[in-house]
Design a protein around this ligand. Structure first.
Ligand SMILES: Cc1cc2nc3c(=O)[nH]c(=O)nc-3n(C[C@H](O)[C@H](O)[C@H](O)COP(=O)(O)O)c2cc1C
Length: 301
């Protein structure tokens, strides 16, 4: 199948920040490459400057999900290009690099530097952060999103994916604004803002106070937002949020997504992406009569 002109063997990718392919290769060796769980790999979000991330604790396990306040620890742009990118380029699937900037200049620096590297096939713009110049979360506001994409679009011909935040009044309006300014695809949902209290206290558990909710708890919200967004844009939609099975992935495709990402589930089972992909392929072949990697092929029943 094709995503923004990039050939993929199937529709399953990882949610940014939920699968550390470099650590997984250290743990599993080259067998990771032989049985890679995803059809496209999305890097952890990088920023211009290195970041330590948020103070601990950074994770809270909710009844049907996770609240994280990891805070985007990363080596920064130069560290990523020097250390991580060569290793990610050895993965047997196309590569998408996720970037986040706190100003338009930072975003432009990231997009230009990443786009200049042949190893990179697509770029995801993680807009779940405030523009420090305006104070508005870029992906929460159509005007902010439009301004950022307008600035970035001329910098590269590589596909630009806008990752939408669910913490917006109207994510579909944000998606439409990104499309108008030339985004090639949108992905959603990122985590929903949430909080947990330390047991028996009135203090927040997470070091950052609040965090992002992910996992099965957010799946119904994600499905509704994916359906809304797919109804408003013509560009491909990448759906995610609580996907644990091929059936869940099939639901996102039915709601209008072109591809589906597996996120939190990979913490429980690092091979979840491969299982979800196999289950999805079986469902599409046997129940819905088409195969995602060969949409025009007759049903193999
Ligand atoms: C521990 C953790 C770290 C994450 N880091 C990032 C990140 O760096 N960039 C990003 O765009 N999304 C990040 N996300 C959000 C996921 O990519 C995904 O959008 C979200 O978790 C919903 O999917 P899921 O319910 O399948 O996990 C992170 C999520 C988790 C749980």
């Amino acid at each position: 199948m094709d995503l923004c002109g990039v050939e993929l063997a199937g529709p399953i990718l990882n949610g940014s920040g939920t699968f550390d392919a470099i650590a997984a290769r250290r743990a599993f060796g080259d067998s990771l490459l032989d049985e890679f769980p995803f059809d496209l790999f999305v890097s952890k979000t990088i920023t211009v400057a290195p970041r330590q991330g948020n103070p601990p604790p950074r994770l809270w396990e909710a009844p049907a999900g996770l609240i994280n306040s990891i805070g985007l620890p990363n080596k920064g742009l130069q560290g990523f290009l020097a250390d991580d990118l060569p290793q990610l380029a050895e993965l047997p699937v196309p590569l998408c690099v996720s970037v986040m900037g706190f100003t338009h200049d930072e975003l432009a620096e990231l997009v230009e530097a990443v786009a200049a590297r042949d190893e990179v096939d697509l770029i995801e713009l993680n807009f779940s952060c405030p523009n420090v110049e305006s104070g508005t979360v870029m992906g929460a506001d159509p005007v902010e999103t439009a301004a950022a994409v307008e600035r970035l679009r001329p910098l590269t011909s590589k596909p630009l994916i806008v990752k939408l935040t669910p913490n917006a009044t109207d994510p579909a309006a944000v998606a439409a604004a990104g499309e108008r300014e030339g985004a090639d695809a949108v992905s959603l949902i990122n985590t929903l803002r949430g909080m947990a209290l330390a047991p028996g206290t009135s203090r927040p558990w997470l070091g950052a106070g609040t965090g992002g909710v992910s996992g099965p708890a957010v799946r119904a919200v994600a499905l509704a937002q994916v359906a809304d967004v797919a109804g408003r844009v013509r560009i491909p939609v990448i759906g995610m949020g609580g996907v644990q099975t091929g059936g869940h992935a099939a639901d996102f495709l039915a709601a209008g997504a072109t591809c589906v990402a597996v996120g939190t589930e990979s913490f429980r089972d690092p091979a979840a992406g491969r299982r979800v992909g196999a289950e999805l392929a079986a469902i599409l072949r046997h129940e819905r009569g088409f195969s995602p990697s060969a949409p025009s092929a007759p049903a193999a029943l």
